[in-house]
Design a protein around this ligand. Structure first.
Ligand code: FMN
Ligand code: SF4
Length: 554
């Protein structure tokens, strides 16, 4: 009997087959899963990759994030519009093409990036548009970069004093089995590794809570929903180091007593699924996954679940909701997933990079790991660097590396500002570039977007706020209602129509959003607005005129 947790997979099949999900099919799915059709509709309407309107046979999504804006995505969209004789958001009359502007495709190192049905294509210029439309079934003929055709994957831009370059397969898992669960958790705690997904919670503590929590079943989930604008390091880790992810998950499963793991992969990375499948198959062949792993009596298996295009599903409780076949709406916390996660059972959720690092920690020891980084931030950080620089890419650096050093690595010049941590992160201005990437200074999930002196930060803020407005799940009012008000305020600020009082009311709104939004999205979305008005005062001009409502108050 199928359960609701299969709803997203069923909807993907229907969407691929018919190009949309009809009322009739929603009713059929509801009958099949024994749920109300409204439940099916509420899920269909939540995710970007499901639609109730027929899409073209070929759907073109152009990346809309800041690095792609800088690289000229507007010109590429215009070229597609001209060739297809439609506006962005429309489908051609013959039903062959739909053109859409999407949020970040995780390809900021290769802008302008597009998604052509399920293929990620980078380095696209307006000159490539004709070719792309002609040979959409023969991607190999294109001069652009096609991620899934790149057998080896893009490698790190910098090697050297990094931990990823040297690993003996299965050495971490063998050590973990030898140590047993308790000592494995002790080793991970002693390494002081903190989560690499952004929130920076201590991994060993999370594992300890889940191991102590009561549950009939326990689960390990790898968060591969990478959706923060400017982040693409997990894409590279999946293509190059899938075996480290699978090994890290198996180590975690053994440590907390879980027998089942899931990788939640964002839909935009659907064509990277074979990298994970291959690693899983290899592990099974070596008896490192499945029943009686390496003769230890421990059973563990891994399944891949595919998202459907919603940034909020990167938030761990929204991700669990999505895995259960629901809208990706964050839950109230506590309880935290370590106590009550997937179907109410103790669940550890870790980022792709955290799980890779854990394999190294077990193989080489906590002491070795702590040799890298700072006292409070042990190990290395994998960064996604893009924007105004000559060498965008994925770099592994030790914690404690300064922004100045990063700019040097990426060959960036005339830098005005660096956005660290993606749209929800912090904008560092020139003069602060000696600050360090570390949990105690500038923490980050890994996105570094560089802006040169030609950029105006009001445009950056507009791009980010539009993204958050679209991605808010709408569950709580400070985030749902605050975002459009903030965005309108920003547009007025850009036009010179915002006076001092109006600006103060907007700043007070950012405080309300930070303090009373339910999850990290609403709490961090106003960051860029605050950075803009406090650090980049030259990028906007305040109006001296009194606004109508103020006249009324007077
Ligand atoms: C809006 C939002 C989006 C997030 N997106 C991701 C993501 O794409 N990948 C990720 O690992 N963590 C993401 N997180 C953080 C997760 O909630 C969670 O903290 C993380 O997966 C835990 O893994 P870690 O401890 O290994 O970092 C997001 C959080 C929020 C609030
Ligand atoms: S803060 Fe925004 S994204 Fe988070 S639960 Fe509230 S409405 Fe949803």
């Amino acid at each position: 009997m199928e359960t609701k947790s299969q709803l997203l997979a069923i909807l993907h099949t229907i969407q691929q087959k018919y190009g949309y999900i009809s009322n009739e099919n929603m009713q059929k799915i509801a009958n099949q899963l024994d749920i109300h059709p409204v439940e099916v509709y509420s899920v269909v309407s939540f995710y970007e990759f499901f639609s109730t309107k027929k899409m073209g046979k070929t759907v073109i999504r152009v990346s809309g994030c800041m690095s792609n804006e800088i690289a000229g995505n507007a010109k590429v969209i215009k070229a597609f519009e001209k060739k297809l004789k439609i506006k962005c958001g429309q489908t051609t009359k013959d039903g062959k093409f739909t053109l859409l502007k999407a949020s970040c495709l995780g390809m900021c190192d290769k802008p302008v990036a597009i998604m052509l049905n399920n293929n990620l294509i980078g380095n696209v210029t307006e000159k490539d548009v004709n070719k792309i439309l002609k040979v959409d079934t023969k991607l190999k003929q294109k001069s652009c970069y096609v991620e899934s055709l790149n057998k080896k994957g893009v490698s790190f831009s910098q090697t050297g004093k990094v931990i990823f370059s040297d690993y003996k397969p299965l050495s971490g898992l063998k050590k973990a089995i030898k140590l047993g669960g308790e000592k494995t958790i002790k080793e991970v705690r002693s390494s002081n590794i903190k989560g690499r997904g952004g929130a920076g919670f201590t991994t060993g503590d999370k594992w300890q809570f889940a191991s102590e929590a009561y549950g009939e079943n326990k689960y390990i989930i790898c968060n591969a929903d990478e959706g923060e604008p400017g982040t693409f390091k997990d894409r590279i880790l999946i293509t190059n180091y899938a075996h480290l992810i699978i090994e890290g998950m198996t180590i975690a499963g053994h440590a907390i007593g879980a027998e089942k793991g899931y990788v939640y992969l964002r839909y935009r990375y659907i064509n990277l699924k074979p990298y994970l499948e291959k690693a899983i198959a290899n592990f099974k062949k070596q008896k490192a996954l499945g029943k009686n792993i390496l003769g230890s009596g421990f059973n563990f298996d891994i399944e891949i679940k595919i998202g459907a295009g919603a940034y909020i599903c990167g938030e761990e409780t929204a991700l669990i909701e999505s895995m259960e076949g629901q809208r990706g709406e964050p839950r109230n916390k506590p309880p935290f997933p370590a106590n009550s996660g997937y179907y109410g059972q103790p669940t550890v959720i870790n980022n792709v990079e955290t799980l890779c690092a854990v394999s190294h920690i077990l193989a080489k020891g906590a002491k070795w790991f702590k040799k890298f980084g700072t006292e409070k931030s042990s190990g290395t950080k994998v960064l996604s660097i893009s924007g105004d620089c000559k060498k965008p890419g994925v770099y592994e650096v030790e914690f404690g590396t300064t922004i100045n050093q990063i700019l040097k690595l990426a060959k960036a010049t005339n830098t005005k500002a660096v956005q660290v941590g993606g749209a929800s992160g912090v904008c560092i201005k020139k003069g602060e570039f000696n600050r360090k990437i570390a949990f105690e200074d500038v923490p980050t999930g890994g996105a570094i977007t560089i802006f040169n002196n030609n950029r105006n930060i009001t445009n950056v803020a507009q791009n980010f706020l539009q993204f958050f407005e679209e991605e808010s799940c709408g569950q709580c009012s400070p985030c749902r209602e605050g975002m459009p008000v903030l965005l309108d305020g920003l547009k007025d600020l850009k036009k010179g129509k915002c006076n001092k009082n109006y600006l103060h009311s907007l700043i007070s709104l950012t405080e309300t959003m930070r303090n009373s939004s339910k999850c990290g999205l609403g709490q961090t979305a106003p960051n860029i607005f605050v950075d803009l008005v406090t650090k980049f005062k030259k990028d906007y001009k305040l109006s001296k005129t009194v606004r109508k409502e103020e006249e009324v108050n007077v």
